[in-house]
Design a protein around this ligand. Sequence first.
Ligand SMILES: [Zn+2]
Ligand SMILES: [Zn+2]
Length: 291
Amino acid sequence: MSWSNLHSHCFYCDGKFEPERYIRRAIDMKVFSYGFSSHAPVPFECGWSMRSQDTLNYVNEISILKQKYADQIQVYTGMEVDYIPGVISVQHPSIRNLDLDYTIGSIHFIDQDRHGNPWEIDGKHSTFLHGLNTIFKNDIMQVVKRYFQLTRAMVREACPDIIGHLDKIKIQNRENKFYHEFSRWYQYEIMHTLEEIKASGAILEVNTRGIYKKKTVHTYPGRWILDQVRKMKIPITLNSDAHHPEEIINCFEKAAYMLNEIGFKYVRVLVNGKWTDVELDPTGLKIPEYA
Ligand SMILES: [Zn+2]
Ligand SMILES: [Zn+2]
């Protein structure tokens, strides 16, 4: 048995080390398919995204490593691209021209403050509270609705291969500080968003980072959402969002156990460059013999 991880960061964005170090560790951890998904550049000051002048080096360096380790692991070049209307998306020429193997689309910014600075929702809680107050006048429901509206707009207008960490905004709602996920309005947002994802054919990511970083108890998205995903037969993939080589398959066994329990038997991953449904159990993925 083996694993796949297509959501990872290295020193081209906010990851810790050079790409090769992740590949070596992935081989040790019996990963057969590994993808880099550095944060795509954004045209404003941002502490965790790649610089636009580095994108070609990023693609070239990974392409050299693909060849170097071809007999031990399949390596893929992707990017985690924000969706900011009129600013950046997977459809932007700067992304399309790179000829990536795949893209992850994620929402990290949902609005701007009055000085035009984009407001990040998955950073510090104090940053969140500041924007909630100054941009949204403490109307949490509007913030969450805006987050899912943007997710749906991304799916409709610039759909990535993989939808990243669907309900990550929940890290700001620890211990149901602002609302309960069983609220009708919240469930409506989720269901409406899942319907659009289903119609698009995109793959929904099950992301373990919140668990091992102790920001959430559950995966992104959480259990009740995954029950719906299963019923709707939306394809899923399992990712760690690793920033450090030791995080590459963190919490995968636990997540795979939960996914099996919900009724998921397969995850969709890249095998020989093609999206393929492979069998999943808590010990790993059953890789096709031709891989
Ligand atoms: Zn992200
Ligand atoms: Zn990420």
